[in-house]
Design a protein around this ligand. Structure first.
Ligand SMILES: *Cc1c(COP(=O)(O)O)cnc(C)c1O
Length: 393
């Protein structure tokens, strides 16, 4: 196979073509390499590979050809120099912490991040002497005020879950760099098909590949994308030692997920925007959160920072938890599950599921009200999605 430099191809093409180094068998579809170790031609070659003086595979906790293909493809799509794959999105976030932080360091994190990310920073990094302060995602002054001399990175998700608030990545990158910190962006909700944080100044992108990158709710996986220096010095040594490696089978699944990412994301976003507009007109709905609505506080920013508005829609029912549960239970087609980023539409009640382990005070501070329902809008026909939600309205 010709050795093509995919970096000047568009994302749609990279997603389909990049990363596959065809073997002498001439296979058209990328193979799975289910092997834990690799064989060397001599004792000398084994020694050189172990020390890294000779490139090549040693052991699948370090590298595996199917996993490498996924990493190369996602790195190109995010316009990053390198990518490392992990066993889950949480394992990827853990690797950023373990690779970069030491006891006595400090992190600033947005309040609305994924519940397990909050617990990881507070309960686990906290146990080893790393302090985390949580600030409002959209309050730049609060981010800057929270930075201390020992702050190592700012961490955020945009759009946030489940309220779809939008952070100004370029502005926060500027603030981080002025104070000698890194900016880490969890790009799970947009994927590189809608937003490329590294091109806006972020230093590290993390992914839960479990969501849109797979897109079909099949496998759990994660990734870290950054420059060569961060990957080589801070993330890879931890991956190799810590061992939360992605399996080749999962990498193969994610590779096929990436192939349709751009068309899926566009279709997801079209359905979500239509649903958000429709929800805004329903009498029982007190408020709809979606960056594509002109009522969204960061609608203008979303327009410039993202190529589409994303496919998460959340809405508040005036009747609180009781009405939210009633609406969820009245659905027939939509799946009641906290997972998101699937071709199947999913519905969840954040206050009692994804954010249920937060204290009531923390939940209130994050704006998660009892009447809030989150929908991850899938690719079924929009009229069927509306009809299903309408049953409980
Ligand atoms: C799901 C999710 C994670 C965690 O990913 P896992 O693959 O479930 O470990 C992290 N961040 C966001 C925004 C998520 O939605």
């Amino acid at each position: 196979m010709k050795d093509i430099d995919w970096s000047d191809y568009s994302l749609e093409t990279q997603a389909i073509r990049a990363g596959h180094r065809r073997t002498p068998e001439g296979e058209h579809s990328i193979p799975i390499f289910p092997t834990s170790s690799y064989v060397f031609n001599s004792a000398e070659e084994a020694s050189l590979r172990f020390t890294g003086q000779l490139p090549g595979n040693v052991y699948s906790r370090f590298t595996n050809p199917t996993v490498t293909a996924f990493q190369e493809r996602l790195a190109l799509m995010e316009k990053g120099e390198r990518c490392l794959a992990f066993a889950s999105g949480m394992a990827a976030i853990m690797a950023v912490g373990m690779g970069i932080l030491k006891a006595g360091d400090h992190v600033v994190c947005s309040r609305g991040v994924f519940g397990n990310t909050v617990l990881l920073f507070q309960n686990y990094f906290g146990k080893f002497g790393v302090e985390t302060d949580f600030v409002d995602l959209t309050d730049s002054a609060a981010w800057e005020a929270a930075i201390r001399p020992n702050t190592r990175f700012l961490f955020l998700e945009t759009p946030s879950n489940p309220l779809t608030e939008i952070a100004d990545i370029a502005e926060l990158a500027g603030i981080a760099h002025r104070h000698g910190c890194l900016l880490v962006v969890d790009n799970c909700f947009c994927t590189p098909a809608l937003q490329k944080p590294l091109t806006l100044g972020a230093d590290i992108v993390v992914h839960s590949a479990t969501k849109y990158l797979d897109g079909h709710g099949r496998c759990v996986g994660g990734a870290v994308v950054a420059n060569n220096e961060i990957i080589d010095k801070q993330i890879y040594p931890y991956l190799r030692t810590g061992g939360a490696t992605m399996s080749p089978f999962n990498a193969w699944t994610f590779l096929s997920g990436l192939e349709s990412l751009a068309v899926r994301m566009k279709a997801h976003c079209d359905n979500a925007l239509a649903l958000a507009h429709w929800l805004e007109r329903q009498p029982g709905v007190a408020k709809v959160h979606h960056p594509g609505l002109s009522s969204h506080p960061q609608h203008a920013l979303a327009k410039t920072q993202q190529s589409h508005f994303g496919a998460i829609v959340s809405f508040e029912l005036a009747g609180g938890k009781e009405q939210a549960w009633k609406l969820i239970d009245a659905t027939q087609m939509i799946s009641i599950t906290a997972n998101l980023g699937d071709v199947k539409t999913t519905i969840t009640h954040p206050a009692t599921t994804t954010h249920g382990r937060l204290t009531p005070e923390a939940r209130a501070a994050a704006g998660i009200r009892d009447g809030l329902v989150r929908v991850s809008v899938g690719l079924e026909h929009i009229e069927d999605i509306k009809r299903d939600i309408n049953r409980g309205l």
